[in-house]
Design a protein around this ligand. Structure first.
Ligand code: 3IX
Length: 165
């Protein structure tokens, strides 16, 4: 699969920020990427803020899933490959406390053609207990991914608007 040439440079926060976070210059989920370790895994400092509180004192599951998605998605990026999530399986092992320092680690398990099979975990920093884990498949994306999406969406909406109501 073809890919845009050139080096993928992380933002000042250690990874590439998504579009919604670029204006604030920080990951709104509370992730800080520490980069690749000597085994090629990506390490993170994480803090789940009160805006993501679900049950009393603990994170909404959507925060945990989104955070693991971001962590696993960063693996290929730091290896100079842009991907999108094709599938993500999350295990919610223990409630994730709000406002406690967390650590994250994500890595590639294996590759299958243009698909990266990645794994990651969120742990309570104070004790190292694993709170959440995910496996996911990340497909290397073509340079025209978003153009293609816009063209597809336009055609899809036109197809419906052409139909008699
Ligand atoms: C929100 C997007 C954020 C993405 C990150 C990008 C930029 C941010 C910058 C920096 C951030 C850096 C690091 C952080 C990393 C990750 C953060 C989170 C990552 C995500 O959270 S990312 C959002 C969620 N994830 C999606 O949103 C994927 C939607 N899912 C698809 O896009 C396809 O499903 C795909 C590519 C997964 C298939 O993967 P595949 O391996 O099976 O590929 P294959 O080639 O076989 O295509 C099979 C069928 O998908 C069609 N297809 C492919 N590309 C298309 C396109 N652009 N437009 C329209 N159709 C498309 C083909 O035409 C074919 O359709 P058909 O079967 O009908 O022929």
């Amino acid at each position: 699969m073809s890919q845009a040439t050139g080096t993928i440079t992380p933002d000042s926060v250690g990874h590439r920020l998504c579009a919604a976070c670029q204006s604030v210059g920080a990951c709104k989920l509370g992730l800080k990427c520490l980069g690749l370790d000597d085994q090629g895994a990506v390490d993170f400092d994480i803090l789940c803020g009160p805006q993501f509180e679900g049950g009393r004192g603990v994170a909404h599951g959507g925060w945990t899933a989104a955070t693991l998605d971001e962590m696993l998605g960063t693996v290929a990026m730091l290896h100079q490959t842009l991907t999108v999530t094709k599938s993500l399986t999350v295990e919610f092992l223990k409630p994730v406390p709000i406002g406690q320092t967390l650590k994250g680690r994500a890595w590639n398990d294996h590759k299958q053609g243009h698909r990266w099979h990645n794994v990651g975990e969120i742990v309570l920093a104070a004790t190292g207990v694993v709170l959440g884990r995910a496996t996911g498949v990340f497909s290397q994306r073509n340079p025209d991914h978003f153009d293609r999406h816009e063209a597809w969406l336009k055609a899809e909406l036109e197809r419906v608007s052409d139909q008699p109501s």
